[in-house]
Design a protein around this ligand. Structure first.
Ligand SMILES: [Zn+2]
Length: 132
């Protein structure tokens, strides 16, 4: 997903939450980004800082990475996957092409490269804090 479109979507949903909660000012927004989502946090952060309205004037944006859960299609074994366990070149290849994950990652139980991504893509708002 494009960081700028994403920043707009985040600010729109954060604004809706702030309106529901009757917040005058939003102080903190925590965003979770799936590890296999193609997002560059620095670009997202920059986009947020450029697009934010007065409501977010003093907002701290926290961008957290969410771990991925994969599930083997052969033996149905689910496992938690972390990019940190991979060497940097591999992690980067996966980052740019999530589909490439299939050639690098294998089921720790049976060794099959045939798995599905249960979670690890997507972006969501984890938390919003503000002042009334
Ligand atoms: Zn397996």
């Amino acid at each position: 997903m494009h960081e700028w479109a994403l920043a707009e979507a985040i600010l729109t949903s954060a604004k809706q939450v702030a309106e529901q909660e009757k917040l005058k000012e939003v102080t903190e927004v925590t965003i979770k980004v799936g590890e296999l989502q193609q997002i560059e946090p620095p670009i997202l952060r920059f986009a947020l800082s450029q697009m934010k309205s007065d409501l977010f004037k003093n907002t701290k944006f926290h961008i957290l990475k969410a771990k991925s859960t994969l599930k083997c299609r052969v033996c149905a074994n689910p496992w938690q996957f972390s990019l940190k366990k991979l060497d940097k070149a591999t992690a980067e290849a996966i980052h740019f092409v999530p589909e490439a994950a299939h050639s690098f990652i294998k089921c720790p139980k049976c060794g099959s490269p045939d798995f599905e991504i249960v979670s690890g893509r997507g972006v969501w708002l984890q938390d919003i804090k503000g002042a009334k």
